[in-house]
Design a binder for this molecule. Structure first.
Ligand code: C2E
Ligand code: CA
Ligand code: CA
Length: 467
């Protein structure tokens, strides 16, 4: 039973990273190659020294790659199995060896003619010679299509989500160029892209990261960090029923920094608690101000799951609610990366305390593998938020429409509210009406905006609004 649930979760989790990037035409041709390449795997195993070889796959590792002659005009490609840790924890016995072998076979397709290198934690890299550069995009799309078919390991069928980083800047040492490709792969994972290219902007980031803590402090105190509010509408009535608070950082020299970037950085540098409390305070304060004007709408705030381990989180939020006279029922906490909750007793306790306090809980990014099925039974969620990657593509993708439909049904069966984010056009809105979705959010309905602009919408008579 546990195995079935587990594999379902992996299936759901893995599917998604590649879901929107299907290049179906590649699948057939590429699968034919898989069989042929299988023979090649053992051939490519090197008899290099133990330190230069991955013990599981027998492939040369990154140390071996770094010590090659200078890469010159070759492009470095890094590939990361996004859900490798989940898979490693879940697959029993020697299954992980089989998994690596199958992943290797598929990757060999793109690294034909060059050597595939395998390092720790499901990380791979290879070089593409200059004359093959024009084929890289096609190769990566083909690989994505290949990985869309589940792997079979014993009785298990598992989905493997993979992301790629490309470094085609011909400068720097081998070690630097490999590191840059890995940074780009990490970025692909974060931005949920199939692949990203290392850019000089990311180079600047290295310096930025070193002084992140002090820059964040300055930005918080200096007003460069602020909170935008994106409206949420009840789909059946088109009534504005809530807003999501979204952190914004307008840097004096770098310009607007995408939240995904600075939030990841804040999580790494342990500054996320400070940042979250800032957003929470602004959000609660703003919701209270609306109430004073007789506008009773819900306020949603994002919370990184890692913060659930803070034992004083609930107490701090309660103090804020009391200070601003906001009833807890008016606050929804959106939690993503719920996978992290699994092993933490403190996190479970925090969730239970939040609910006892009367605060609503929402599972954010539902369906992305960051938040999935098992945790629905763990967290008594009041709301399930269907990730924008499904919603914004549901008009053209039958498959994603099915995901949206089944998630709405699931939410309703669990007594939860279904929220669709990423509604970008009227057709999608109409589809969601048909599917009985409760609440919607997206650029078509309203962008994240200044509090003052939100107040203006809310104080305009409903007849003259254009949602
Ligand atoms: P999220 O929680 O999934 O937030 C929704 C994101 O979708 C926002 O991106 C929003 O601007 C964007 N969005 C809204 N409507 C549409 C649409 O119609 N189409 C498309 N393509 N996108 C739409 P944003 O503001 O860039 O935030 C990115 C992520 O950063 C958020 O994703 C959330 O995970 C995180 N984040 C933002 N603020 C905070 C915060 O205060 N705390 C924490 N922990 N995370 C935050
Ligand atoms: Ca959210
Ligand atoms: Ca989301």
């Amino acid at each position: 039973m546990a195995a079935t649930i587990g594999s379902t979760i992996i299936l759901i989790g893995g599917k998604v990273v590649l879901g929107t990037m299907l290049v179906t035409s590649w699948i057939g041709a590429a699968l034919v190659y898989v069989a042929a390449i299988a023979i090649n795997v053992s051939r490519t195993r090197r008899r290099s020294s133990a330190q230069r070889e991955n013990p599981v796959s027998g492939l040369p590792n990154f140390e071996a790659l770094r010590s090659l002659p200078p890469f010159g005009s070759a492009t470095v490609i890094a590939a990361k199995v996004v859900n490798f840790e989940d898979l490693a924890a879940f697959i029993p016995g020697d299954g992980i060896g089989k998994l690596v072998e199958q992943v290797t076979r598929r990757l060999q397709l793109a690294s034909q003619g060059t050597t595939l290198h395998h390092d720790l934690d499901g990380t791979f890299a290879w070089l593409v010679p200059y004359y093959q550069h024009s084929q890289i995009e096609g190769q990566l799309a083909g690989l994505a299509a290949l990985f869309n078919a589940p792997l079979t390991i014993g009785d298990l069928r598992v989905d493997v989500a993979i992301a790629f980083g490309v470094n085609d800047e011909f400068e720097g040492s081998n070690a630097q160029r490999l590191a840059a490709a890995l940074v780009a792969a990490e970025r692909a994972i974060r931005t949920r892209a199939l692949w990203t290219k290392y850019t000089p902007r990311q180079k600047d980031d290295a310096g930025w990261q070193l002084s992140f803590h002090s820059q964040l402090e300055d930005a918080l105190t200096g007003g460069d960090i602020w909170v935008a509010f994106q409206p949420q509408y009840e789909i059946a009535t088109r009534r504005l029923v809530g807003v999501e608070a979204l952190a914004r950082w307008t840097h004096p020299t770098r310009g607007p920094i995408p939240p995904d970037e600075f939030i990841i950085q804040a999580e790494k540098s342990q500054d996320i608690y400070r940042l979250t409390l800032f957003v929470m305070d602004q959000a609660i304060r703003s919701a209270a101000q609306l109430r004073e004007r007789g506008i009773h709408i819900n306020m949603s705030v994002n919370l990184s799951a890692a913060l659930l381990d803070h034992s004083d989180l609930v107490g701090t939020i309660r103090v804020m609610l009391t200070a601003h006279h906001l009833p807890p029922e008016a606050l929804t906490i959106e939690i993503t990366e719920t996978a992290q909750i699994e092993n933490s007793r403190q996190a479970r306790q925090t969730l239970a305390q939040l609910r006892r306090t009367g605060i609503r809980l929402s599972i954010d990014d539902y369906g992305t593998g960051q938040s999935n099925l098992e945790y629905l039974t763990e967290i008594e969620a009041d709301e399930i938020k269907i990730d924008k990657r499904f919603v914004s593509t549901m008009r053209d993708s039958q498959r994603n429409r099915e995901v949206v439909k089944s998630t709405i049904d699931l939410a309703h069966r669990l007594g939860a509210v279904a929220v669709a984010e990423g509604i970008e056009d009227a057709e999608t809105m109409a589809l969601l009406v048909g599917l009985g979705c409760d609440v919607g959010q997206g650029y078509h309905l309203g962008k994240p905006q200044l509090f003052s602009d939100l107040v203006a919408i809310l104080t305009t008579p409903p007849n003259s609004r254009t949602a």
